[in-house]
Design a protein around this ligand. Structure first.
Ligand code: GAR
Length: 190
């Protein structure tokens, strides 16, 4: 069985979608969800879905190796950032080579980097009158949103689309593609 650890900071609708996708899967299992936000909606989702959830603070995450050591003991095949907003500590990258992936709600390299997350991305896309946006799934390296791209999908934006409509279109792409990309990564590697 290949195991996945999910990291999330907020609502966790992608976490819920991924958990549901892999429910009963014969080769892939969600071992647990980690969050850095003790008020995140992802916590109640995990309780309802009966998936183990652990909370960590900044000290455990980047001022010590507590979370890294926890991950090493869990030994997942893949660490999936699904709406996780802290920058991954540099020593995680060599510890999990090509085993940490992130989803970004835009077509990187556009609209990436520090401060570009969630609705901030869609606001910037709207302000620049972009005709399209989309999702990028990429490996995580030492820099925000700069690792090798694994997958992108696009959606068209109409002039009348509000920021909320853009967010909805992008979320729909995430729900459709993210679990399948994860599945492909884990099954293609044997
Ligand atoms: C998702 O749209 C994800 O792409 C984005 O946060 C949202 C989380 O939604 N991630 C980033 O912006 C990372 N820079 P969710 O909590 O409902 O899954």
């Amino acid at each position: 069985m290949k195991e996945i650890v999910l990291l999330a900071s907020g609502s966790g609708s992608n976490v819920e979608n991924i958990i549901n996708y892999f429910k009963g899967h014969e080769k892939i299992k969600i071992s647990c969800v980690l969050t850095n936000n003790s008020n995140a909606k992802v916590i109640t989702r995990c309780q309802r879905l009966q998936v183990p959830l652990l909370y960590f603070n900044r000290d455990a995450f980047s001022k010590s190796d507590t979370v890294l050591k926890l991950l090493q003991s869990l030994n997942p095949s893949l660490i999936v950032l699904a709406g996780f907003l802290w920058k991954i500590p540099e020593n995680w990258v060599p510890a999990f080579p090509n085993q940490i992936i992130n989803i970004h709600p835009a077509l990187l390299p556009k609209y990436g980097g520090k401060g570009m997350y969630g609705m901030h991305v869609h606001k910037a896309v709207r302000a620049n009158k972009e005709k399209e946006s989309g999702i990028t799934i990429h490996y995580v390296n030492e820099h925000y949103d700069e690792g090798v791209v694994i997958f992108q999908a696009k959606t068209q934006i109409a002039e009348i689309d509000s920021i909320e409509v853009i967010a909805k279109k992008v979320h729909e792409l995430e729900y459709k593609h993210f679990p399948r990309v994860i599945e492909k990564l884990l099954t293609d590697h044997g």
